[in-house]
Design a protein around this ligand. Structure first.
Ligand code: NAD
Length: 468
């Protein structure tokens, strides 16, 4: 898209948002219903397009991990919108009685959404659901790495929506950069921490507030009390879905030192059960691009060269565009595997002597997007939760906190800024506008100068009463 085209689309939404003000609950519900109909009608076409973009993307994964949470969040927003939109009564200080104060949740105006490729449907439309529920207009920029999906979304949205309410802009990195320079009222970016910095810099020029949904290395800590096989099953599930290309996939596992080999074998067994073959198995997703495949292979090769043992799925040879599930035992902590987000089906397993040592290892590293703790003991759970901050947590499982509509989803520090989903998403894309109604008697403003006489006596009494 040309820069002029981009500015025109933005101008259309911006002008409409200023001219028309806040849409009613009914209009918002209608927009959400139209979005739901669009997703339901095109879900198979979306799955096929994402499959084409990935080279191989399991249709079940698209259904379960993208379409389902999207529909659930649409239903959740439609069901709770009335309550979320209600004005919030606030208390008034004694000094200002009798009067009233409240908060109106107003739409911000135009919200921009920059989506990544790994869950292209969910991460383009998820923030859109919350922004539309909050009464905004939305422009979406899908990733250039999912062109088939992006084209389909653009056509489907153009068919059902007035471009002044919702439109989709496709294009390369230059378009993404121009998009991030538009004077949005809020910009949501989901992607890497590196690009997140650039987006925030561009948004700063317009003082556009941002929500940054970034990545990082999300650890899984298996406490000594927890059954190893159960943890292995759960971590294998979270790691190998979408071939590990999930922002909240467990990045690496910390297990008691004597159990590293047994745990790694259990994870691999589980992967073999889930994916008996790889190459032509439609259940096992491919890795998005050559660059990512090369990056992953080099990181594993470097760990192997440094002496780490690597366990691989036996079908490793029949890879095609896929990378085999791989476990790397105790890789060096200064190597690529432990320095960068892995974002692929490779799991480093690191042994610890004491749980405190494992928790210190996590706390010493950049704050991750997710933390997974496996324990059946309440005290150990509290130690895990207390050791270091992360965006979110799932206990005794992986990734499922993201699926809870009534929990905020977001990172902290380098893993992100701000959160959305459900009520938090509605509030994220609303302005909490303070309204104060003085009412018929404005006592305070009667306390004006000159201060000799009744006003002065009242003001001095007020000072004595209030300031003590
Ligand atoms: P990316 O940062 O490379 O790209 C994301 C989007 O940014 C794309 O649409 C791209 O067109 C656009 N973009 C690229 N350069 C830009 C620039 N200079 N200015 C503005 N926009 C630009 O990320 P990716 O490779 O698509 O996704 C993988 C990353 O996303 C991983 O780090 C992963 O952890 C993270 N992620 C986070 C979440 C979350 O919810 N926190 C979800 C999914 C993925």
């Amino acid at each position: 898209m040309t820069h002029d085209g981009l500015s025109d689309r933005f101008g259309l939404q911006h002008a409409a948002s200023r001219a028309e003000g806040a849409p009613s609950a009914q209009v918002r519900r209608e927009r959400l219903a139209a979005l739901k109909a669009l997703v339901l009608e095109r879900r198979e076409a979306f799955a096929r397009a994402i499959d084409a973009d990935f080279g191989a993307r399991s249709a079940m994964e698209t259904g379960l991990l993208e379409v389902t949470p999207l529909i659930r969040s649409l239903d959740h927003a439609r069901a709770h919108l009335g309550r979320w939109m209600r004005d919030e009564r606030r208390r008034v200080d004694l000094m200002f009685q009798p009067s009233r104060a409240w908060i109106r949740h107003e739409p911000l105006g135009v919200v921009g959404v920059i989506a990544p490729w790994n869950y292209p449907l969910l991460l383009a439309l998820g923030p859109t659901v919350d922004a539309l529920a909050a009464g905004n207009r939305v422009m979406i920029k899908p990733s250039e790495l999912t062109p088939a999906f992006g084209a389909l979304l653009e056509a489907a949205v153009a068919e059902r929506f007035d471009p002044a309410v919702l439109n989709v802009v496709n294009g390369g990195v230059e378009t993404a950069q121009a998009f991030s320079r538009l004077a949005f009222d809020h910009l949501v970016f989901t992607g890497s921490t590196r690009v997140g910095r650039e987006v925030m810099r561009a948004a700063a020029e317009n003082l556009t507030p941002v929500t940054l949904e970034l990545g990082g290395k999300s650890p899984a800590v298996v406490a000594p009390d927890y059954p190893l096989d159960k943890a292995a099953q759960s971590i294998s599930f979270g790691k190998f879905l979408n071939a590990g290309q999930t922002c909240i996939a467990p990045d690496y596992a910390l297990v008691p030192a004597g159990q590293v080999q047994a745990f790694a074998e259990a994870v691999l067994d589980q992967a073999r059960r889930a994916y008996p073959r790889l190459g032509d198995n439609p259940d096992y997703s491919g890795v998005i691009s050559d660059r990512h495949r090369v990056r992953l292979r080099e990181a594993v090769a470097a760990a192997r060269a440094a002496g780490a043992v690597v366990l691989e799925h036996p079908d490793a040879a029949a890879e095609g565009g896929k990378i085999a599930p791989s476990l790397v035992l105790n890789p060096p902590t200064d190597g690529l595997l432990m320095q960068e987000e892995i974002f692929g089906p490779v799991l480093p397993v690191i042994g610890y002597e004491t749980l405190d040592q494992a928790l210190a290892f996590v706390a010493a590293r950049p704050r991750p997007l997710a933390l997974y703790g496996f324990t059946n003991q309440a005290r150990t759970r509290d130690r895990i939760l207390g050791a270091g901050l992360s965006g979110g947590v799932t206990l005794n499982g992986t990734m499922l906190h993201i699926a809870q509509n009534d929990l905020p989803f977001g990172g902290v520090g380098p893993s992100g800024l701000g959160a959305y989903h459900g009520h938090e998403g509605f509030k994220r894309f609303s302005h909490a506008r303070a309204v104060y109604d003085v009412g018929p008697v404005n006592v305070f403003e009667r306390l004006g100068p000159p201060w000799d006489g009744a006003a002065g006596r009242l003001a001095r009494a007020a000072l004595r009463f209030m300031v003590r």
